[in-house]
Write a protein that binds this ligand. Sequence first.
Ligand code: N01
Length: 507
Amino acid sequence: MTSTLETQLAPPPGAVREVKIAIIGSGFAGIGMAVALRERGEQDFVLLERAADVGGTWRDNTYPGAACDVQSNLYSFSFAPNPEWPRSYSGQPEIQAYLRGVADRFDVRRHCVFGADVLDARWDDAARRWQVRTTAGTFRAQVLVSAAGALADPTYPDIPGLDGFEGTVMHSARWDHDHDLTGEAVAVIGTGASAIQVVPAIQPVVGSLAVYQRTPAWVVPRTDRPVPRWRQRLYRAVPGLQKAIRGLLYLVREFLVLGMAKNRLFLRPVGKLARAHLHRQVRDPKLRKGLTPDYTIGCKRILISNDYFPAVAAPNAELVTAGIAEVRARSIVDRDGIERPTGTIVLATGFHVTDLPIAEKICGRDGRSLAQVWDDGMVTNRGSTVAGFPNLFLLVGPNVGVGHTSMVYMIESQVAYVDSALQAMAAEGLETLETTPAAQQAYRELIARKSKGTVWLAGGCASWYLDRHGHNTTLWPDFTFRFRRLTRTLDRENYVGAPARTSEVAA
Ligand code: N01
């Protein structure tokens, strides 16, 4: 729904709206950036949001069982603690409600243009402005911040016959809640973080469930508990306590980096925990074997669940490891030639992460898109800026991802960096700011050096953490406090700027 205020933000048909800063997306990153701007009095910005509400991936992923696998006390903004979290790991509805609440509390919505899907964004070097065409009109912005996220656009697998399937097909990130799965023959394709939440949520209601697994995941127990009322009251009365618990959770999770990025011996206890979990929950040796990964734990995202294995082991469920040969009008045939009647196919097949669709839409000084410039690998300075793309800032850009801890920590680090850049522009009276190719190359080498020997490269698995050249372009390969240190303030020496020709500068 679009309010009168939001309607005013969109330019009238044919007109172009001038704005100082345009932010693409209103998920955690977009909202975090907007709050930082508002907190220091900046009002001249818009959030271009293709949907009708804030929330990003937490608005879109409404599949049954959708929840966060990082504790809410950590997976939330440091500036907006929530004493009311109902569970230690909250579900999608609670996280979405939290994000909407933060947007309201910090008055972010007045900057949102809903229904504004970015068609393209081009740097006009003569005007020193970004020309951003959206489905809600065209904007001209001095600064463009892409907070479009890496889990925004679902991947649809290229499986023979899928197009001709006559039943229902839905991606986990685009759940059709009008479709009742009760008693149906359902196939779930994929066994990643989304699938292991969907499977136990739907298994009790479906008639039969076939889980098509290409690669098994390492799964560890989930220590999820309801948060009692007395503790919520205590958090309200003593905010420092919740902050201390947040700090503790952060530290414990950071220990995983030791094993993932420094020395894999530290991962052994985690591997043992995962094996014991599987042994405890799955008695059938054949099924257990099918669910046992052959790569080092941590190479793919470590999943947490107490009900995934029991759901796969349930009498109405079946794990299919043979691979899919083809999809027919009403069935799926596996590579062993077994045909299973199927009414609904759930694609839990992930997102475009290493081939971000937004990268095709943002074109820099020489007219080439980020996707073209990144053809042989995504390169940036600090995951945030790209040479040849003045006044463009990326949030949740390349090598900013984390699998072991809260993405919100990384987002807040990057927001501080971008804000520091904007303040430097204002202080120096610069109209443009652009990182140098040398800084970008140095950062690429730093990432390559840090990634060498990590479990993601040497753990013996294929994952979307790596691009098609086998380079880690997704994850930050070190302790996250090191990323924060690197992004605390702008590394001004790695940037060139042009002074303002007019009085208009980012303030
Ligand atoms: O996607 P994925 P996801 N035929 O890409 C399989 C976040 N998240 O939506 O491993 C058959 O991880 C693929 O198989 P393989 C989190 O960051 C967070 O589950 O490539 N199978 C894999 O099993 C997560 O990492 C939470 O061999 C095919 C699966 O599909 C990210 O979202 C909760 C296939 C895709 O797994 C993505 O997770 C949920 C094909 N053609 C998600 N193509 C939190 O709690 C792909 N697969 C915070």
